[in-house]
Design a protein around this ligand. Structure first.
Ligand SMILES: [Zn+2]
Length: 142
């Protein structure tokens, strides 16, 4: 799912959280639900051996069918892992910073739609479509 799609999907809950809690909480939720995909950029930096720094070029590289990696299939997206969620929860546990909780909500919301999209593609187009690896440990062990 593309960042602008995550942005649009996050607008409604952001408005609700803005009103129900605080504007900062709502905005943190929205930003985190979009910026979790920053790991795609990190992966492209790595995949291009740090030759593509321009975010627009990286975005096009990711979207191109000729991209050398099948990024959505075999790569590890570090911010999309359970371990990242655990780190967030630990930060919240020790600090009680409510904006970290907004990031956690953004993470859950983001992952829900990422998985829904893959499920849709599996059913509608191609059963071989794969979910992103959800665990760093599982990814390293397999
Ligand atoms: Zn994502």
């Amino acid at each position: 799912m593309l960042p602008w799609e995550h942005f649009l999907l996050g607008l409604f809950p952001m408005i609700h959280l803005w009103q129900a809690y605080t504007p900062v909480f709502g905005m943190t939720f929205l930003l985190s639900s979009v910026l979790i995909d920053f790991d795609h950029y990190l992966l492209i930096l790595y995949a291009t051996k740090f030759r593509v720094w321009d975010p627009r070029k990286a975005y096009n590289y990711f979207k191109s069918r000729n991209g050398k990696l099948h990024l959505h299939i075999d790569a590890l997206f570090i911010f999309h892992t359970i371990e990242f969620l655990v780190v967030l929860l630990l930060i919240y546990w020790f600090t009680k910073w409510t904006f970290v909780l907004a990031v956690v909500f953004g993470w859950i919301y983001h992952l829900f739609f990422d998985m829904l999209e893959v499920t849709y593609f599996k059913i509608r187009h191609n059963r071989r479509h794969k979910y992103k690896p959800l665990s760093l440990i599982w990814y390293l062990v397999k």
